[in-house]
Design a protein around this ligand. Structure first.
Ligand SMILES: [Zn+2]
Length: 396
C-alpha cells in the first residue's frame, strides 16, 4: 500500500474526538470568513484578523500568517469543504466569504460537517462557558466537566481564568475543607449522572502544573484566613488529589492541559508527583505538552495510568506531532493514545483532522516501509487512536 492509499483508507475511518470547544448552533449560523478566522487559532497569531473591507489590510495579514500551521490547515479545510480550487488571497477573499455564509444559511451545516465530512461518532465537549453542557445534541457531544473553578473556591471572591468561582457557581458559603470536598464529590457525581464522561483541568493558564501533596490542615488555612500564595497553593494541591480520588472512583479520566499556556511550569513532567500519588486515576495528558513533547513519551513509558491525548498538537505543529507519534509507538501501548480537534468551528475541526491524518499516515507508512510494523498492525494502531480507545470509555 502506498502512502496515498493509506491516507485515503484512514480518511474513511470513524473517529471519536477526545476534545472540542465546538460553538453552539446559533454561533455557527452567523459565520462568515473573518468570523471563522476569529474563532480559530489563526486569531492567536498576534495579528488582528481583517474584517474584509480593505484589500491592503487583507494582503498584509495573509503575508504575515500564511506560513503558520494554523492557517495552512484551515485554508485546506475551507478549500475542500467549499469546493474552491484557488488558495485564499486578496482576490478570492469574497469567494470564500460567500461560500461560508451560504453553507451556514442551512442550520445543520456545521453538524453535517462533523458527522458526515469528519465522520465523528462522538465528540467530548469542553464547553467552558457552561461546564458540562452538550450544546443540545447529546447524541454527538459528550460533556467534559471542567473543574478549574474548584481550585478557586477557597473563598467566594477568587476566580479562575474564565471568571468562575466554584462556591459562587453552586451558591455556597463554605469555610470547612471537609464540607468543601463533599461538595466537589456531589457535584462531580451529579455531572457524571447527567452525562459527563471526563473531567477537564486547564490550570496551565492559571498556575504551574507542579502539584505537591497538600495537607488537610494547610488547605483549611486557605479557607479561613486571608490566604497568601503559599496557602492557596497547598489548598489547590490538596483539592487536586481529592478530584483524582473522585475521578478514580467514577472511572472518569482526568484530562489535563499541558504545554502551551503560561509556559512557566506548564510542561507535563511537572505532573509526575501527582500522577505517581494517584495510580488509580487515569490521566489524559493533552496537546503533547508542546513544545516539551518528550515529557509525554517519558511519562507514558513509566506510568500505565498516563494516556497521550494528541488533541490540538498536529494543528500547532505537524512536525512536533510527527516526532511524538513515532516516540509513542516506541514507548507507549497502543491502547493509551487518543486524538481530538480542540476547535470552535466545524471548518477548523475538519482542518485539525486533516493535519492529524496526514501525520498519522506518514508515521505509519514509514514504519511499514522500514519493516518495523506490519501493514495490518499499522491499520489496527490507527483505529485504536481514532476510535477504539475512546470508545471503551463511552461503552463502560
Ligand atoms: Zn481545548
Amino acid at each position: 500500500m502506498n502512502k496515498k492509499d493509506l491516507l485515503s483508507s484512514l480518511q474513511r475511518e470513524a473517529i471519536i474526538n477526545s476534545h472540542s470547544h465546538h460553538l453552539h448552533d446559533r454561533d455557527h449560523h452567523s459565520l462568515n470568513l473573518d468570523n471563522v478566522f476569529r474563532n480559530s487559532y489563526v486569531n492567536w497569531c498576534h495579528k488582528p484578523v481583517p474584517d474584509g473591507n480593505s484589500k491592503d489590510e487583507i494582503g498584509l495579514w495573509l503575508d504575515s500568517v500564511r506560513n503558520r500551521s494554523y492557517f495552512l490547515w484551515l485554508e485546506k479545510a475551507l478549500m475542500e469543504l467549499y469546493n474552491i480550487e484557488e488558495h485564499l488571497d486578496v482576490e478570492t477573499w469574497d469567494i470564500f466569504d460567500e461560500a461560508i455564509r451560504k453553507g451556514h444559511s442551512e442550520e445543520a451545516w456545521h453538524l453535517s460537517i462533523l458527522r458526515e465530512e469528519c465522520n465523528y461518532k462522538a465528540i467530548f465537549l469542553d464547553a467552558f462557558w457552561k461546564p458540562g453542557d452538550d450544546n443540545g445534541h447529546p447524541d454527538l457531544f459528550k460533556p467534559a466537566y471542567r473543574v478549574n473553578s474548584v481550585f478557586y473556591g477557597y473563598n467566594r471572591t477568587a476566580k479562575d481564568h474564565n471568571g468562575n468561582n466554584f462556591q459562587v457557581l453552586h451558591n455556597q458559603s463554605i469555610t470547612d475543607i471537609d464540607e468543601y470536598v463533599r461538595l466537589i464529590g456531589d457535584v462531580i457525581h451529579n455531572k457524571k449522572q447527567a452525562g459527563s464522561t471526563v473531567i477537564k483541568c486547564a490550570l496551565a493558564y492559571d498556575r504551574s502544573l507542579s502539584f505537591g501533596s497538600g495537607t488537610r490542615e494547610g488547605a483549611q488555612k486557605a479557607m479561613i484566613d486571608d490566604p497568601d500564595e503559599g496557602d492557596i497553593r497547598v489548598f489547590q494541591n490538596y483539592v487536586f488529589d481529592k478530584i483524582c480520588e473522585i475521578a478514580a472512583e467514577l472511572s472518569m479520566p482526568v484530562q489535563i492541559h499541558t504545554g502551551l499556556g503560561l509556559m512557566t511550569g506548564s510542561n507535563a513532567m511537572q505532573l509526575q508527583p501527582l500522577i505517581a500519588r494517584n495510580p488509580n486515576t487515569t490521566f489524559w495528558l493533552m496537546h503533547g505538552s508542546y513544545p516539551w513533547v518528550t515529557d509525554i513519551a517519558g511519562l507514558a513509558h513509566v506510568h500505565p495510568n498516563v494516556w497521550a491525548d494528541l488533541c490540538w498538537l498536529p494543528l500547532i505543529s505537524p512536525n512536533a506531532a510527527y516526532r511524538l507519534m513515532h516516540e509513542l509507538i516506541d514507548v507507549c501501548n497502543a491502547d493509551r493514545v487518543v486524538w481530538g480537534c480542540d476547535t470552535w468551528t466545524s471548518e477548523e475541526s475538519y482542518g485539525a483532522r486533516l493535519a492529524f491524518l496526514e501525520v498519522l499516515s506518514q508515521v505509519l507508512y514509514e514504519r511499514v516501509e522500514l519493516g518495523r510494523m506490519r501493514q495490518c498492525d499499522a491499520q489496527r494502531y490507527a483505529r485504536a487512536i481514532m476510535y477504539d480507545n475512546a470508545a471503551r470509555l463511552l461503552e463502560a
